[in-house]
Design a protein around this ligand. Structure first.
Ligand SMILES: *Cc1c(COP(=O)(O)O)cnc(C)c1O
Length: 378
């Protein structure tokens, strides 16, 4: 017998995901591979289900941040190449080969550690070099990069497949930094040391892929666009309009409270009722990733419109004012995120209320919120 789930769940529309993958493939064109980024449990949506759906749609490879994330994909039967973007921790050197990963290397220590743990009979370990062209985060400088390539050659047993860099400002299409990064990348790759090597160059995230055609190169690494969210900020870019929303976060009213003027709702009595009110209690809270910042700021979607979140969001419960929606009763469904129509709540809207970006909203949806996949696998 199937166990019933709690009445708060996240719906993930796999058909919309696949549609967005096709948008990415089309933007990339025939000469650029698309490796969907499924780090952080596919931005909270569920890495295994997302990767299996994309693999079935012909995904050419995947990108993850951690060895642990790669292992999850391998255990689920994903056979495609996996780029390990975030490096590997001490003791994880043998996992890189055992899980058949392609690590991005950015320091000489990476080369030494991998070389030290290599098996004698192993096939060459494929690697990418990760160079910093202006992101100012993970990566090596151009000078160090050339040294790393010499170290790889000297160590033997490595196959340098490509060079990757990451864009810092592509989500703001008018900024000049994206072009400066391309120029630095091109200058780095024009060094005589590269002569005679055929390398895969990789630069584009979602924003690069959609808005900066020159950054597509041979391998793009889109994440957020696959999950139905525009990467652009602030404002919009027409290229994002083809994306379909993927997630809907739903819950059900567990109780209706009739409150008299002067009574208060929740911790600290932060909301005081001014008129006779119908307050709906929802079984979701900040432990589920429904942020405390939404208290007094956010709203949920009910039949008929947006009902404001009142008082403080607590760990497991949230109150909404349903006075204007007498038709909504106990047991009725409420949308926390997503939905259709003029009152819909896109991820961007919640991010705005939470003073953050859509990425953090999605990644923050708690593990105890069950994920429901549509269409469900046959
Ligand atoms: C997360 C990440 C991406 C994907 O970025 P999106 O903005 O979600 O498309 C690509 N490359 C690297 C190195 C990343 O860390």
């Amino acid at each position: 017998m199937e166990t019933a789930i709690r009445p708060t769940w996240l719906e993930v529309d796999l058909a919309a995901l696949v549609h967005n993958h096709q948008v990415a493939r089309q933007a990339a064109g025939p000469d650029c591979a698309v490796y969907p980024v499924v780090k952080a449990d596919a931005y909270g949506l569920g890495a295994v289900e997302v990767a299996l759906a994309l693999a079935a749609d012909g995904a050419q490879g995947f990108c993850v941040a951690l060895v642990e994330e790669a292992r999850e994909l391998r255990e689920a039967g994903i056979r495609q190449p996996v780029l390990l973007m975030g490096g590997f921790g001490p003791g994880q050197e043998t996992d890189v080969a055992d899980l058949d990963l392609i690590p991005l290397l950015f320091r000489s220590e990476d080369v030494e550690r991998l070389a030290r743990h290599r098996r004698r009979d192993a096939t060459p370990q494929p690697v990418f070099l990760k160079v910093d062209t202006g992101m100012g985060r993970l990566g090596c400088s151009s000078e160090k990069g050339l040294g790393l390539v010499r170290a790889l050659d000297a160590a033997g047993g490595f196959e340098l497949r490509g060079v990757a860099t990451h864009l810092a400002c592509a989500d703001e299409p008018h900024r000049p930094e994206t072009r400066w990064q391309q120029e630095r990348f091109a200058a780095f790759l024009s060094h005589p040391q590269w002569r005679g090597r055929s390398l895969v160059r990789s630069m584009a995230n979602s924003a690069g892929l959609l808005a900066h055609p020159e950054t597509r190169m041979q391998l793009a690494r889109p994440g957020i666009m696959l999950y139905g969210v525009s990467p652009f900020h602030p404002g919009e870019h027409p290229s994002a309009q083809a994306l379909r929303p993927v997630v809907t976060w739903r819950t059900r009213v567990v109780q209706i409270r009739h409150m008299a003027p002067g009574s208060s709702v929740g911790y600290g009595g932060a909301f005081r009722v001014a008129r006779p009110s119908r307050i709906g209690i929802l079984p979701v809270g900040y432990a589920d990733g429904y942020s405390r910042r939404l208290g007094g700021r956010g709203a949920v979607l009910v039949a008929g419109g947006r009902a404001p979140v009142v008082g403080r969001v607590s760990m497991d419960l949230t109150a909404v004012d349903l006075t204007a929606f007498p038709q909504v009763g106990s047991g009725d469904e409420v949308i926390l995120l997503g939905g259709k129509g003029p009152d819909a709540l896109p991820v961007e809207q919640l991010a705005d209320w939470m003073d953050t970006i859509p990425y953090e909203v999605l990644c923050g949806i708690g593990k105890r919120v069950p994920r429901l996949y549509l269409p469900s696998p046959a």
